[in-house]
Design a protein around this ligand. Structure first.
Ligand code: G3H
Ligand code: 13P
Ligand code: ZN
Length: 311
């Protein structure tokens, strides 16, 4: 099994009423935890790499780790650039073997977003690589971007047809109320996603794959373990799982998860240190971190995304 594009995955996911999990990877333990879980339940996978991940681990290390995971598990895996901010980073990932890239032009004007996205699509499609674009702005924090709540905005359904036809993108990330990071809603605020906007987009773009960013559930159990073992994550709140299940049954074919991986790994490591203050071998504390990622991803694939048995 080689690295694959997301094209066939999305087609089957759309028709089958499930979604593919797109998990962010930064090191070996994260790659292993995710891919071992997917292999166990035979789920197709997207492993995605941010600019920050490339800076931290280097492109070549991440690429080789993913190739090793494919050899080890025999799974179809798509390797995707998460939040590419300009043509150069997309080109570098396409030239470096990724099968999918995101060009995130959402901070630009509609016309500039189209121009930039089209440039990436032309380069990518000539090389058999698929492209995700974005319309609308999610709130939240990533390594290189911090979008305040006032600057965030829902996707305007009336823009999607023109954006897709003029750019030629293969999938579209939309903003319907999800956000990046572990603090998605204020305490006491009722978590809400604009399914009416999703439905409108789905109607305007029949058969077209939609992507949901900022889709971690921020599982309370992991937050509690972190806080009980020296952490301080007050009021961490995510997207309720039933909303993600509803999204997965719709035109949403790709659901992005990073914060939940970070929380699961941190919970495993913090608890390990609290229970074993004399340990200093990274293998000792990374083992429970990796095991938590595996358990988390398996539960997502089966209970939330519904993509188990589809690989
Ligand atoms: O959407 C952002 C992802 O969680 C990646 O985050 O830029 O900190 O690697 P990062
Ligand atoms: P979370 O922060 O909700 O995990 O979102 C991750 C994401 O959208 C990566 O692109
Ligand atoms: Zn994102």
């Amino acid at each position: 099994m080689a690295i694959v594009t997301s094209k066939e995955m999305f087609k089957k996911a759309y028709e089958g009423g499930y979604a593919i999990g797109a998990f962010n990877v930064n090191n070996m333990e994260i790659v292993q935890g995710i891919t071992e879980a997917a292999a166990e339940v035979r789920a197709p996978l997207i492993l995605q790499v941010s600019a920050g991940a490339r800076k931290y681990a280097k492109h070549v290390y991440l690429m080789k780790l993913i190739e090793a995971a494919i050899e080890d598990t025999g799974l179809p895996i798509c390797v995707h650039l998460d939040h590419g901010e300009d043509f150069e980073v997309c080109k570098s990932c396409i030239d470096g073997g990724f099968t999918s890239v995101m060009i995130d032009g959402s901070k630009h004007s509609f016309e500039d977003n189209i121009k930039l996205t089209k440039q990436v699509v032309e380069y990518a499609h000539d090389r058999g690589v698929t492209v995700e674009g974005e319309l609308g702005r999610l709130a939240g924090v990533e390594d290189d971007v911090n979008v305040s709540e006032e600057d965030s905005s829902y996707t305007r359904p009336e823009e999607v047809e023109e954006f897709v036809s003029r750019t030629g993108v293969d999938s579209l990330a939309i903003a319907i109320g999800t956000s990046h990071g572990a603090f998605k809603f204020k305490p006491g605020q009722k978590p809400e996603l604009r399914f009416d906007i999703l439905k409108d987009i789905e109607r305007r773009l029949p058969g077209f794959p939609i992507v949901l960013h900022g889709a971690s559930s921020v599982i309370p159990e992991y937050v509690e373990i972190i806080n009980k073992n020296g952490g301080n994550l007050a009021d961490a709140i995510g997207i309720p799982e039933e909303m993600l299940r509803e999204a997965a049954r719709s035109a949403v074919c790709k659901i992005n998860i990073d914060s939940d991986l970070r929380l699961a790994m941190t919970a495993g490591i913090r608890r390990h240190f609290a229970e074993n203050p004399t340990h200093f071998d990274p293998r000792q504390y990374l083992t429970p971190g990796r095991a938590n990622i595996r358990a988390l991803v398996k539960a997502k694939l089966v209970n939330v995304l519904g993509c188990d048995g589809k690989a």
